[in-house]
Design a protein around this ligand. Structure first.
Ligand code: HEM
Length: 494
């Protein structure tokens, strides 16, 4: 038995070595490769890309190798792009070539090939176009998305009032409100904040994000074939995704039973109607698998990102109360206290707009971006990148590019204001990425951030729970950026 195990291990190692040599060889034969640390067989550059310090590892490699470098995730070569110029040149100037999606092997295990996020080609085109159009139509329908957010903000204000000026952890307050917006678009209804199924769903999701950040999960994402046999909390990731899929499948069934084709209620209804229309079309991508995974994509991509940004926002405001004061002054001046904030107010509120942009830049919620790939052999900045090579256009290096922002590591709304106090655009503001794959929910997220942010500061002042100088704005994660846990305290303004 022991001997058998040892022989299998040697065999696996040998085979991996061959795969590594072929990957290395296939890149090398093309000519000039980007520079990068020498990989080891099988484990690639794991010594340089430490799973417990991913962001810092990338930062060090950027300092050493410059704006384009090559690393190996196991046997998988990855071209890493750094800084506004390189990322823009790839994602915007060469959008078609750099617009393919790649998936780190462990993620494929969770998300399969279905849905908007992992797909490419005809499938991606059909699903993305459909999702954008459906979300737009719901924006123009009986009740606009803006109205849905305003209604949800009222519920959030009610919850905030219940805290009676006592400190509380805002995490679930923000995630329930933000999640309800995407639930109402995808599933057709918002949930009561105490609804058990809803709380279970949110718990599952936040647990999944935390698990995905653990060093073992980082290893699992890169080496799923081995890590799936090693016990540990990372295995719960698969279980969690299974539960999330089951939740969506259940909703799909309920929708099928109550569907009125003349009166679609939400994204799932629209998808079911499209499935029926295209059932004779063999090339149609409108099927059960794509429905479940696209709905799940919208739900996962649309909840954690926006609610974490809001959570970061109010920690930042606690550290800089003078900035919160100035935003409140602008709210009082433009909106007042007699009506609710609306999206069209944003253009008249340059300071608030600049603060929200700066929050997104500073919070840098998706620092590594989602992996891309090149759709054809391509020459980029003097290097050859073969078709299919994975590419990481690192958003953190754009949002913190010292050539684009005066104080990249400080919180400074001045990054988005001119000398006269008018809003100043900056093309390096790319928290939603850029090009063909730019975040599909950008419009929705920006609307949510503006409305929730202004609703809260129109209705409450922020109490102090800690001396501002002791508030730590650094990230609580290894592989992403999330605020450290904190307590919020709000006092009604009227
Ligand atoms: C502050 C909030 C958000 C941030 C910072 C954010 C950021 C991102 C980023 C960086 C990407 C990867 C783009 C790329 O591959 O180049 C992405 C993709 C995506 N996002 Fe968002 N996002 C946010 C909110 C949302 C919301 C509310 C939705 C839901 C409607 C959403 C749905 C998606 C989808 C479906 C994709 C995949 C697009 C594709 O592959 O074509 N996101 N997002």
């Amino acid at each position: 038995m022991v001997l058998g195990g040892a022989v299998s291990l040697v065999l696996i190692f040998f085979l991996s070595f061959l795969v590594f040599l072929s990957a290395w060889g296939s890149i090398k034969k093309w000519g000039k490769m980007p520079p990068g640390p020498t990989p080891l067989p099988f484990i690639g550059n794991i010594l340089q890309l430490r799973p417990n310090d991913v962001l810092n590892s990338f930062r060090k490699l950027h300092n050493k190798y410059g704006s384009v470098y090559l690393v190996y995730f196991g046997t998988q070569p990855v071209v890493v792009l750094n800084g506004y110029d390189a990322v823009k040149e790839a994602l915007i100037d060469n959008a078609d070539v750099f617009g393919e999606r790649a998936m780190v092997s462990g993620f494929r295990k969770f998300f399969s090939e279905y849905g908007i996020i992992p797909s490419n080609g005809e499938r991606w085109k059909q699903l993305r176009r459909f999702a954008l159009m459906t979300m737009r139509n719901f924006g123009m329908g009986k009740r606009s998305i803006e109205e849905r957010i305003q209604e949800e903000a009222h519920f959030l204000m009610k919850e905030f009032r219940k805290t009676k000026c006592l400190p509380f952890d805002p995490t679930f307050y923000f995630s329930r409100s933000v999640s309800n917006i995407i639930c109402s678009i995808v599933f057709g209804n918002r949930f009561d904040y105490e609804d058990e199924a809803f709380l279970k769903l949110l718990n599952l999701q936040s647990q999944t994000s935390k698990l995905a950040d653990s060093p073992l999960a980082q290893l699992f994402i890169n080496f799923p074939h081995i890590m799936q046999y090693i016990p540990g909390p990372h295995l719960r990731l698969i279980e969690n995704i299974k539960h999330l899929k089951e939740f969506v499948k259940e909703r799909m069934k309920i929708h099928q039973e109550s569907l009125d084709p003349n009166c679609p209620r939400d994204f799932i209804d629209c998808f079911l109607i499209k499935m029926e229309k295209e059932k004779q079309n063999m090339a149609s991508e409108f099927n059960d698998d794509n429905l479940v995974m696209s709905s799940l994509n919208l739900f996962i991509a649309g909840t954690e990102t926006t609610s974490s940004t809001l959570r970061y926002a109010f920690l930042i405001l606690q550290k800089y109360p003078e900035i919160a004061e100035k935003v409140m002054e602008e709210i009082d001046h433009v909106i007042g206290q007699d009506r609710v904030p609306a999206v069209e107010d944003r253009s008249k509120m340059p300071y608030t707009d600049a603060v929200i942009h700066e929050i997104q830049r500073f919070a840098d919620i998706v620092p590594l971006n989602v992996p891309h790939a090149v759709s054809q052999d391509t020459e980029f900045r003097g290097y050859i990148i073969p078709k299919g090579t994975m590419v990481f256009p690192l958003l953190t290096t754009v949002l913190k590019d010292p050539l684009q922002f005066k104080n990249p590591y400080s919180f400074d709304p001045g990054h988005f204001l001119d000398e006269l106090g008018a809003f100043k655009k900056n093309d390096a503001f790319m928290p939603f990425s850029a090009g063909k794959r730019i975040c599909l929910g950008e419009g929705l997220a920006r609307m949510e951030l503006f409305l929730f942010f202004t609703f809260i500061l129109q209705n409450f002042t922020l109490g102090t729970t800690k001396d501002p100088k002791d508030i730590d704005l650094s990230s609580a994660l290894h592989s992403g950026n999330r605020p450290r846990p904190y307590q919020l305290c709000v006092h009604p303004r009227r």
